[in-house]
Design a binder for this molecule. Structure first.
Ligand SMILES: Cc1cc2nc3c(=O)[nH]c(=O)nc-3n(C[C@H](O)[C@H](O)[C@H](O)COP(=O)(O)O)c2cc1C
Length: 450
């Protein structure tokens, strides 16, 4: 029997694109963070390519990093709140999964459960929640604190948060609402479940005032790669988003997350791992390299430094010589796993501070590929077939051009090799991802594979 395992693809889009200088490209949508028309166009392009999902990263604060010189030059300062944007995008798309990032550190589980269950209803089963614990320390200042919550405490809260949210999503059985006009019975009270959660961080009675969603539960995505992060992924995630720049490391990560599942009574069929990929594609290798170099040439040094500071969660790097060695630094309380990955790359390749800024400017620790469609697909196929990935979160350098390049050049090559769909398999995000519909904790025997 032929191998019918297909790659899963997310379109991971920042407002103007992944690259720090994306907005300066002459053809870039420089105001996607404030233009719904541009965001809708990007979503339609992703759906034209038959991407599984559109993925929005998020942070509920402007970054605190950057020298005075960099201020006014930073392209990623304002954007739409993801749930609001995705709700509007449901009206201009039909099959594309819609994944928003929401933090467990500064949100409340009842509100978050309502929002995602509503998005799942409104979109006909296309919602996903990317569970993060906040990599941006500035979020603390917007939520009544003068310091970011510590890494370990964030994960402690996150585990309980996820427990409450998934519990609330089981508040109603699928068939709870009868709405029988003749008898006057609207719903069956036996099919309504009260959570009554009392824990260390939360007291939430429930039930949720949104019906059980078309997917049973929105798909849970998780991003966080430290030991505690991996453990949380194994416990709750159905999609794991990860930053990896080396095949061996990615394979180790994949194997490790999968090996941890059994501890939580889960199986590999319930989880997919999608590393990020930053593809720069050209009709020839030279054209791809030219595209890459052009965007790199648009980086102002102060912006390169500021974005590196943000990515690794460490300030004050502008005090060091730009062309000197990468300074020694302590662990961040923000994006710890990313800090380690980038510092390791710097040591491995003996980079100067500026070289590390350039290295970070586009992929930010994710897999960089530059070349023809065939060269890019060679790398993707290797990671996919050899145990490092179930697919990828594709990070277009600038929008809309880099996403269009991927859809028009790379996806046809993936299809030619039988690695990617030609039509959506189903209507819900779960159906397209091939993930099972989770049973309600109140009716555990009803697990159905989709
Ligand atoms: C691939 C990836 C993507 C992430 N995206 C976000 C994000 O969009 N917003 C956010 O606040 N945190 C994000 N995070 C941060 C994590 O939730 C977490 O706070 C941080 O990575 C520290 O945990 P770790 O050391 O386990 O990775 C992301 C982390 C990873 C690894």
């Amino acid at each position: 029997m032929p191998d019918r395992r297909m790659m899963k693809l997310g379109a991971f889009v920042h407002e103007t694109g992944q690259h720090v200088a994306a907005w300066r490209h002459p053809d870039a949508y420089a105001n996607s963070g404030t233009s719904f028309a541009e965001a809708a166009d990007v979503a339609r392009t992703a759906e034209r390519g038959k991407f599984d999902l559109l993925f929005l990263a998020d942070s509920a604060a402007v970054s605190v990093f950057g020298s005075p010189e960099s201020r006014g030059r930073m392209g990623k300062m304002v954007k739409f709140e993801p749930m609001t944007l995705l709700s509007a995008l449901t009206a201009v798309t039909t099959h594309l999964g819609l994944v928003a990032t929401s933090t467990t550190t500064y949100a409340e589980p009842y509100t978050l459960a309502r929002q995602f269950a509503s998005l799942d209803q409104i979109s006909g089963g296309r919602a996903g929640w990317n569970l993060v614990t906040s990599n941006n320390e500035a979020e603390a200042f917007n939520h009544g604190r003068d310091q970011h919550v510590a890494h370990a405490d964030r994960y402690d809260r996150a585990a309980e948060f996820a427990e409450v949210v998934t519990g609330l999503w089981d508040s109603w059985d699928d068939d709870a609402f009868i709405r029988d006009k003749a008898s006057g019975i609207y719903f069956d009270p036996a099919k309504m479940h009260v959570l009554n959660h009392r824990g260390k961080h939360f007291a939430v009675r429930g039930p949720l005032n949104v019906a059980r969603s078309p997917q049973g539960r929105p798909v849970v995505v998780q991003a966080g790669a430290s030991d505690t992060g991996r453990d949380l992924a194994a416990r709750v995630a159905e999609l794991v988003f990860t930053a990896q720049d080396q095949f061996d490391r990615a394979r180790e990560f994949y194997g490790d997350v999968m090996a941890r599942l059994a501890r939580h009574g889960r199986t590999q069929a319930e989880v997919k791992v999608l590393p990020g990929i930053y593809p720069v594609v050209g009709r020839t290798e030279a054209e791809a390299r030219e595209k890459y170099d052009y965007l790199q040439s648009l980086i102002h040094p102060s912006v390169g430094i500021a974005v590196l500071e943000h990515t690794i969660g460490v300030g004050g790097l502008d005090k060091y010589p730009l062309h000197g060695p990468v300074p020694e630094m302590g662990d961040t309380n923000g994006p710890l796993s990313r800090q380690r990955l980038l510092l390791e790359a710097a040591r491995r390749d003996n980079m100067t501070l500026w070289e590390l800024c350039l290295h970070n400017a586009g992929p930010r620790g994710h897999l960089l590929t530059i070349g023809t469609p065939a060269q890019i697909v060679d790398v993707m196929e290797h990671w996919f077939r050899d145990g490092a990935a179930d697919g990828f979160n594709v990070m277009p350098a600038w929008l809309p051009g880099s996403l269009e390049d991927f859809v028009d050049m790379v996806i046809p090559e993936l299809r030619r090799r039988g690695l990617f769909r030609t039509e959506y398999e189903g209507r819900t995000l779960r159906e397209n991802l091939g993930l099972p519909k989770p049973p309600s904790r109140w009716r555990p025997l009803e697990m159905v594979a989709q």
